[in-house]
Design a protein around this ligand. Sequence first.
Ligand SMILES: Cc1cc2nc3c(=O)[nH]c(=O)nc-3n(C[C@H](O)[C@H](O)[C@H](O)COP(=O)(O)O)c2cc1C
Length: 199
Amino acid sequence: MKEGDTIRKGIIRYLLYFINMLKGKHIVLGITGSIAAYKSCLIIRLLKKAGADVQVVITPSGKEFITPITLSALTSRPVISDFFSGRDGTWNSHVDLGLWADAMLIAPATACTIGKMANGVADNMLITTYLSMKAPVFVAPAMDLDMYKHPSTKRNLDLLRQYGNHIIEPGDGFLASGLEGKGRMEEPETIVNILDNSL
Ligand SMILES: Cc1cc2nc3c(=O)[nH]c(=O)nc-3n(C[C@H](O)[C@H](O)[C@H](O)COP(=O)(O)O)c2cc1C
């Protein structure tokens, strides 16, 4: 690449940094128990690169798929999962998170979490945070094709749409189960672009 091209690219990247809508934004990233949870690391990297501040809230199942250490290292923030921090009387406030956030993104979103969100089953930090959220909510489902096709999942996603949440449709393709069909979580770059264009 010529020196002029490198400088031009550098200037474009510098300008994009200042016009991107994610700069300085507070994003609550909800992570659930899906095989696609590893992709949340890429989402965090892209959000951080765009200048956003990311707070992860993970379900108990989510921690079986990806470790809080990795997520905390990437976000430079402690990961929130439990209502209570320890036996010292401290606790995590879903209400404060709801006020802090400029957007909440749940990626990946399992069928289970989507069902709980649709029906207000507030039995973990992610759902209580969702129910307290004042900012726009984006949901990126990830599941096997038959789970995605099930009338229960369809109904729950329709309910979330009615609540005004933005559903980031999954794509078609090879799934972790070895099957092929719709249910594959949208790619991190696309998810972050959707957020960037919507905020
Ligand atoms: C290996 C493995 C992969 C899974 N992947 C998914 C998935 O992609 N989507 C989904 O809806 N459930 C998946 N599940 C099931 C969820 O982990 C399970 O429903 C769990 O209760 C979800 O809890 P959560 O939504 O609170 O994180 C998977 C389970 C296993 C064992």
